[in-house]
Design a protein around this ligand. Structure first.
Ligand SMILES: [Zn+2]
Length: 375
């Protein structure tokens, strides 16, 4: 298919992707991949720096494309954005390519989330520069700490970027999907306090924090609350030994909703359930609620949506508006004053050892980015 765009070297982008997934980059240890990416950006002439905003000498990698062939007629510079960190188990990834699909060896995640996008961005830049054609002015932002609350996107100095709009490539939906609606999400950690006592000799003196937590959870609506709202209890820790009444239990929960009102209601309902559970056994509870990210809603005529849709069509994809229950760096960049959108990459089974991506979708995403950069 030739739509007037320079073609993508599928073997080259695959090799680049395989190299990237082999570099360990768990959240808070993105130094090695950041160093590699700085070098990979500099090779074609991008001015790349590390803002050192992360822990242990890590940080966001920021690149500015040279103005040599940048055509201001395209309008404002855009930012191409992907995150460098991966979830666990993600150390020592051994990618396997079979039947046009890349997977891990089954013991780790693959890291297509989000290295597919990184490989595609690097490939697109190389392709555009090699074509000698004039291109949209652009910056690159590779973030750290996305998986632990978009921390790199929180800490990046937006003044270091010329771009006022960011294209994030971090949704598992098929290529062509423009995520225009995402929820607001909160993490809720409830620490139940009871009183320890010997379970066989004087249980009357004890107050079971585990029972308080169990009562609280039994009062909660969980799962899909309505079309826009979800809630989950994801982790419980409590007690010390079998024969003691447990004095402490910690319950980690979350809720997400597309609607602000439903979000507030669900947070309040889960909070009340915790207080009632604690009160029912005579214990207490401390509740910490943290809004992980704010939702956003883009209209179909938003310029960033129109630009994305145009690039997708020129790259041979059908553009469609989608919504997702997950967040991305876009959720954090938008409240900070950047326009941003998240686009589908067709990565599959994220955050699991079954994670995989089609080779054709790695190249396809690169083609979309080429279409964003040139006419
Ligand atoms: Zn991701």
């Amino acid at each position: 298919m030739n739509l007037g765009l320079p073609s993508i070297d599928e073997n080259r982008v695959l090799a680049s992707f395989l190299e990237l997934v082999k570099i360990d980059s768990p959240t808070f240890a993105e130094q090695a991949i950041a160093a590699t990416l700085e070098a990979r950006l500099r090779a074609p002439g991008i001015a790349a720096t590390n803002d050192l905003s992360g822990p242990h000498g890590g940080g966001n990698v920021i690149g500015r494309a040279p103005d040599t062939r940048a055509d201001p007629a395209f309008g404002e510079p855009i930012c191409l954005c992907a995150h460098m960190d991966t979830v666990q188990p993600g150390l020592g990834v051994k990618p396997v390519v079979e039947d046009g699909i890349v997977r891990s060896d089954g013991t780790t995640i693959l890291g297509a989330d989000n290295k597919q996008a990184i490989a595609a961005i690097l490939e697109a830049i190389q392709t555009v520069f090699a074509s000698g054609r004039s291109h949209r002015p652009f910056d690159v932002l590779f973030t750290w700490g996305e998986e632990k609350g978009h921390l790199g996107a929180h800490s990046v100095d937006l003044g270091a970027l010329r771009a006022t709009s960011a294209y994030v490539f971090d949704a598992g939906d098929e290529i062509g999907t423009i995520i225009a609606e995402t929820p607001t999400a909160a993490s809720i950690v409830a620490t139940f306090h009871g009183r320890a006592a010997h379970a066989g000799i004087e249980p009357e003196r004890g107050i079971s924090a585990i029972q308080a937590a169990a009562l609280a959870i039994s009062r909660m609506r969980l799962g899909r609350i309505d079309l826009d709202t979800t809630a989950n209890v994801g982790l419980i820790e409590g007690g010390t030994v079998r024969n003691a009444v447990p004095e402490r239990a910690v319950v980690q929960m979350e809720t997400r909703s597309m609607r602000a009102e439903a979000f507030e209601e669900q947070v309040a309902a889960m909070t009340t359930a915790c207080q009632e559970g604690a009160a029912a056994v005579g214990g207490t509870v401390d509740i910490e609620t943290h809004v992980s990210y704010r939702g956003f809603r883009l209209t179909p005529d938003d310029p960033i949506v129109l630009t994305a849709a145009d690039a997708l069509r020129r790259a041979g994809y059908e553009a469609r508006i989608g919504r997702t229950g997950g967040g991305s760096d876009a959720n954090t960049l938008i409240p900070r004053g950047m326009r941003a959108v998240n686009l589908g990459t067709a990565m599959k089974d994220l955050h699991s050892v079954r994670e995989n991506v089609r080779v054709s979708d790695i190249a396809g995403l690169a083609r979309v980015i080429v279409a964003l950069l040139i006419r």
